[in-house]
Write a protein that binds this ligand. Structure first.
Ligand code: PGA
Length: 252
């Protein structure tokens, strides 16, 4: 049985005060991590404040990490610093970073290795553009992203990462993939993991769906066999909506 993982990706939203307030509003209402894993991924400058309030029922994540230990990489954040801060998760390869900050399957792979080396749990994003979806080559495209992300990652380490299937056409557009479409590609991701390792390992790795998830559509998405949680942008900014979506996972 895979445990659900509900993660908020706050992107470049919320001031420090708003971020702390959100945590104060939700922390005593969230279930124990023995039932559901709950994560908030925030901007780097506020991570320290949020980690101080991190508890068993709410873990804090970063939205990016560099793949080198240190160096002349102006504006980047090292895994060592994130580990020192006490951050638990890190989003890697979000489509916005792939599109706007030149992240490639190769850098995604290096970042996963770097995160794991510093005990950060990667949330690895994959997903196709509308063009790929319309070409009918989504599953091949996404499988290729998964195989490249996992290059050189051991069987033990893959159990510490989470995949997030996020079709680019569904992010921030209000167009959620239908549960059937989301399930079909999440299953393809699981098959790709089985091809790299074996079926037993693939059954243990958690796969989230992301892209316009909200309190109204999350139930049906989580009912799919291969969907083990959600990576949520817009709707995760509102504490009531976030709690409602965590409760959906809890009540499954
Ligand atoms: P959205 O974003 O929920 O606002 O579509 C999801 C994401 O980009 O992770």
């Amino acid at each position: 049985m895979r445990k659900y993982i509900i993660a908020g990706n706050w992107k470049m939203f919320k001031t420090r005060g708003e971020a702390i307030n959100f945590l104060l509003q939700v922390s005593d209402k969230l279930p124990s991590s023995s039932l559901v894993d709950t994560v908030i991924c925030a901007q780097a400058p506020v991570l320290r404040d949020l980690v101080k309030r991190q508890g068993d029922n709410l873990r804090i994540g970063a939205q990016n990490v560099h793949y080198k230990d240190s160096g002349a990489y102006t504006g980047e954040t090292s895994a060592i610093l994130l580990q020192e801060l006490g951050v638990t998760y890190v989003i890697i390869g979000h489509s916005e970073r792939r599109a706007m900050f030149n992240e490639t399957d190769e850098t995604v792979n290096l970042k996963i290795k770097q995160a794991l080396a510093y005990d950060l749990l990667p949330i690895v994003c994959v997903g196709e553009s509308l063009e790929v979806r319309e070409n009918g080559t989504t599953n091949e495209f996404v499988k290729n992203q998964v195989v490249k992300a996992l290059d050189g990652i051991s069987e033990n380490d893959v159990l510490n990462l989470v995949f997030a299937y996020e079709p680019i056409w569904a992010i921030g557009t209000g167009k959620t993939a239908t549960p059937e479409i989301a399930e079909e590609t999440c299953k393809a991701i699981r098959n790709a993991i089985a091809d790299v390792y074996n079926e037993e390992v693939a059954q243990k790795v958690r796969i989230q769906y992301g892209g316009s998830v909200n309190p109204q559509n999350i139930d049906e998405l989580l009912s799919q066999e291969d969907i083990d949680g959600a990576l949520i942008g817009g709707a995760s900014l509102d504490p009531d909506k976030f709690l409602s979506m965590v409760n959906s996972a809890l009540n499954k």
